[in-house]
Write a protein that binds this ligand. Sequence first.
Ligand code: SAM
Length: 279
Amino acid sequence: MNKQEVLSILDEYGFQAKKSLGQNFLCNEDVIGDILDLAQLDKDTTCLEIGPGLGALSEKAVLLSGNYVAVEIDTRFQPRLSEVIEKNGGKVIFKDYLQLTKDDLPDPDFAPEVILSNLPYYVMTPIMLKVMKDFPSCHKMVFMVEEEALDRIFAKPGTKQYGPLSVLTDLFGTKKKCFSVDGGSFYPAPNTVSSVIGIDAGGENGTWDPEWIGFVESAFALRRKTLVNSLSSSGKYSKERVLSALKALDIKESVRSEELLPSYFVRIYEVLNERKDEN
Ligand code: SAM
């Protein structure tokens, strides 16, 4: 889909891009092709796309994958997506992805191997976290993100940007920045540069537990406080329990979440939850 096509679709259906929904439509065929190459879709692949918009990625993804489902918040796109996706065997769920439940899915066992999204930037973090929670068996994620967000996604311990997004994407798998995309590749053009990232499941740990999401979020809830205070303020673990877990792992009492490598969150979670079962 190029800029001329995007303009003519907007004109044909009488749409205007909604800034409030992060609508910047891809209009660069090379970028679209490169994203689809990264996604490695084939007929054995189940693919979920979040925010198909006018269908720049979807029109090809639906033909490449064996089972394609998209979730779009903007019901205005219904006639366009029916043409591009549903007529080609895919399904579209019109819903805010953040409100999506299992009941909305085509079948309760729906488990996409590949998740694709040119993410609406205003809800990038909650969507990325929800995807890891909803679809723990997903093999590969390919996301377009705002370049500024890379600092948070790839942040290292001890930095200001290090937080739940960096820790959890690290625990989920192996992430990499694939390429940058300039504003001119979208209509309307955003002021920022974007980046395509890939996350392949199976990091150092080799396993993923969606329960880690809430745990890591609680660990960072009070950023300026110690891990003990932050975790105990969630009400789930007492101060004494967190202190004894840290002791068992030989971690100093005064540790703050931003100092810990991702694997340490898992170790602390495991010790805390073993103890809970025993009590
Ligand atoms: N995939 C299209 C493309 O690449 O041209 C559109 C990408 S546009 C950056 C983001 C899309 O996400 C829009 O279609 C927007 O309506 C949709 N969207 C925004 N918030 C959403 C949400 N909470 N749940 C599902 N879709 C959402």
